[in-house]
Structures are given as C-alpha cells and as structure tokens.
Write a protein that binds this ligand. Structure first.
Ligand code: ADP
Length: 388
C-alpha cells in the first residue's frame, strides 16, 4: 500500500525557502497522479510538456549512449523533480524516466508551470540551481565519454601497430627461412648443370636438393595451413582420437626407426569421440610427435597416451630428450621460434609446428600444456572436449 504523502510536506524539500502562499499556488496549479512500477513518464527525444515532482516512490533516469546501450544516469526519489529542462528550453526530452516502484507525482502542465515560475521566486531559483547542476554533470559525463573513446582509440591503434609489426616480422621470417634451402638447392643445381659431380657425390647432391625442396614445400604448406585456419573455421565432427593418434604414430614410424627411437602408442579402448576437425587435430598431434622424436637421443623412447578425464579426452606425448628450459617454455609456441643446435646435435625445422598445434587447439577450445625438465625430457598434453 502506498500512502500519498501530503504535497505540502514534500514541496519544501524540492524548493527550500518556499513560502506557504507559493506552496498553495503550486498545489492549485498541479495535479497528483499515480503510476505502476515500469511506467514510462518521459521518453528520450519525445516532445512532451509536463513537469513532475516525486511525492512517493522512485524513478530511474536513463539515456541511450552511442546508439546502443541505455545508461542509467541516476535514480530520483521523493522531493526530486524532473521534466523542467524540456519545458524551459522547449526542447525534446533529453532522457527517459521510468518508475521503478509504485509512484505518486505532483504534475504541472506547461501553462501551470509557467504561472508558478512567474509567481514564485524560490521555485524559479531552485530550478536555476538544479538546471545548472544538471548541465555541469552532463558536461562531466561528456568529458568522461570522450576520455573513454580516446583510450579505446589508443588501444585500437596500439593493436593495429602490433599487428603491422607482427605481419612485417612474419614476412621477414618467411623470406629468411625460404632463402637458406633455396640457396642450398640452387647451388647444388648449378653444380649439377655444370656436370662437375659424379658417383656418390652426385647422389648426395641430388639428395640435398630434394631435402631442401622438401623443406620449402613443408614451409609453404605450414604457412598455408596457418593462413587457412585464420580464415575459415572447419566444421566440427565426431573424431576418434585413438584413430588420429594411430595414423600419426604410423607416419612417424620410419623416422623413429631412423633415429633409433622407440615410438609407442597406448590407445584407450573406451575413449569417447571428441568434437573437432580430424585433419587439423592430426596436424596438431604430428607436430608434437615430430618434436618428441626429433629431440630424443639415440635409443630414446617416445610415448603417445590417450585417456579420458571428466568431460575431456587427454592426449599426452612424452619424450626423454633434451627438454626445454623454463625461460624458453613460453616462447616455443611463437611462430618461427626454433632451436637449431643442442650441444653437437643439429635439428631441422622452421618453428611453425607448435604454433600450428596451439592454433588448432585454441580453435577447438581445448588446452595445450607442457611440462619439461632440461636434459630429462618433456610431456606435451592436449585436452579436448568430448563430442556431445
Ligand atoms: P620446430 O620443431 O620446427 O623447430 P616447433 O614450433 O615445433 O618448431 O618447436 C619450436 C621449438 O620448441 C623447437 O625448436 C624446440 O626448441 C622446442 N621444442 C618443441 N618440442 C620439444 C621437445 N619435445 N623437446 C625439446 N624441445 C622442444
């Protein structure tokens, strides 16, 4: 139940110093009205000519900012008034006013408002002071908005500058990575053309050309793969990770034998399928197995294990190779980061494998973690969402 408070008690709160005869004049020119919660009293941009003073209940004042969100400017309660700006300036409403509880108001139409304003100096003074306060707070709000926009612009500019730098670095890296195998291959091709090689030397020369051309092909394939992933999201399907892991270990069998590394695969018989793109997931796992074999010592062993953990399928690739130092762990996923030499060992690679794995796993909203101890080996773990 709302009790309508006597206007004569509330009016002096709004207009301090108002005289009894002015209160009477105000009441004589106004009417008391009630609204249910949710009722809209003023609508932003509407041309309306009513002045309101709250006797009981509350309203919220909102304004649309940047054509999108309505921002709450303030709440008003008993003794507060609104609607005078549009009446004095003959302008559309600057904000929307909505009742947030049962509401009782004292209201004046335009002629009544004009009469009261002419005859009561305390009401006129209170209006002037309220209007100047509102203008000041509107100015403050505009300044705050400008500051916010300026900082958003600065952030966007910074991001663009970073992207530009990354793009330039990427191009420089690609050119650099292409140059070495191209130079080697073209050097050998020139010698082949001149016919200065024969026998074992010739075979070794052709092998070198083939190896370097293969490196160029892999680099171009990796770049295209990364590029495509950036542009198109593959459609996810139900994927059996046992099958994917089996294919990958099959592919690396020969390489493991060549390096005298034992490559083991431990499938999980009751593994649920994951939600994903099998080609991308195969690529992601290939990079992990490729590294595990590559960075293992002669006679080392690599294991690919699959498990289910809660709602996820977990794939771990473990090796007992050179390991990764703490400070490098955060860099290994960067494009083109790679280590060429460790002690006397030289490793091939261009540093795109883990960048691909990371990107694929991010697209699958999975996780990729690594634990590693230098000299002892590494475990890379992928966790992927189960297919629903
Ligand atoms: P690449 O293998 O072509 O060098 P990657 O992106 O696959 O590129 O790996 C980046 C780097 O991360 C490697 O050069 C190596 O320094 C480090 N790394 C990745 N996996 C392993 C691993 N299993 N053991 C030791 N170091 C690794």
């Amino acid at each position: 139940m709302t009790t309508r408070r006597a206007p004569s008690k509330i009016i002096p709160r709004a207009f301090p110093g108002i005289k009894p005869n002015e209160i009477e004049e105000l009441i004589a020119n106004s009417q008391v009205r009630s609204y249910a919660p949710g009722a809209v009293l003023c609508r932003e941009n509407a041309v309306e000519d009513r002045f309101y003073m709250i006797l009981e209940g509350e309203v919220e004042v909102t304004k649309i900012i940047n054509n999108t969100a309505a921002r709450q400017l303030k709440t008003l309660g008993p003794g507060d008034f609104f609607g005078e700006m549009a009446l004095i300036h003959n302008a559309p409403r600057a904000a929307t006013v909505t009742a947030t509880s049962s509401l009782t108001t004292l209201e004046l139409d335009k002629p009544g408002f004009d009469r009261v304003l002419h005859s009561s100096s305390s009401i006129a003074m209170a209006m002037v002071s309220e209007i100047s306060n509102r203008l000041r707070s509107n100015d403050q709000m505009a300044v705050d908005d400008l500051r916010l926009r300026a900082s958003e612009l600065a952030d966007a500019y910074q991001k663009l500058a970073e992207q530009d730098l990354a793009r330039r670095e990427f191009l420089t890296n690609v050119a650099h990575e292409l140059r070495t195998p191209l130079m080697v291959a073209s050097g050998y091709l020139q010698m082949l053309q001149k016919g200065v090689m024969s026998g074992d030397q010739l075979t070794a020369g052709v092998d070198t050309v083939a190896r370097n051309v293969q490196q160029i092909v892999s680099l171009v394939n990796d770049i295209l793969f990364l590029q495509e992933m950036d542009l198109v999201l593959p459609e996810f399907q139900s994927v059996d990770m046992n099958e994917v892991a089996k294919n990958v270990t099959e592919k690396y069998k020969t390489k493991a034998v060549e390096r005298d590394v034992s490559l083991r695969f431990a499938p999980s018989p009751s593994l649920p399928p994951v939600s994903g793109d099998s080609k991308s997931l195969e690529r992601a796992l290939m990079a992990l197995v490729d590294n595990a074999v590559k960075f293992s010592p002669k006679g080392g062993d690599v294991e690919v294990r699959l498990n289910q953990r809660d709602e996820q399928v977990v794939i771990a690739v473990e090796d007992h190779g050179i390991g990764i130092s703490k400070e490098n762990v955060s860099r290994i996923f960067n494009r083109f980061y790679h280590v060429e030499r460790h002690e006397d060992d030289l490793f091939g690679g261009i540093g795109l494998g883990l960048a691909i794995t990371k990107q694929v796993i991010e697209q699958h909203q999975g996780s990729l973690t690594v634990t590693s101890t230098p000299g002892r080996g590494s475990i890379f773990t992928l966790a992927l969402k189960k297919w629903k």
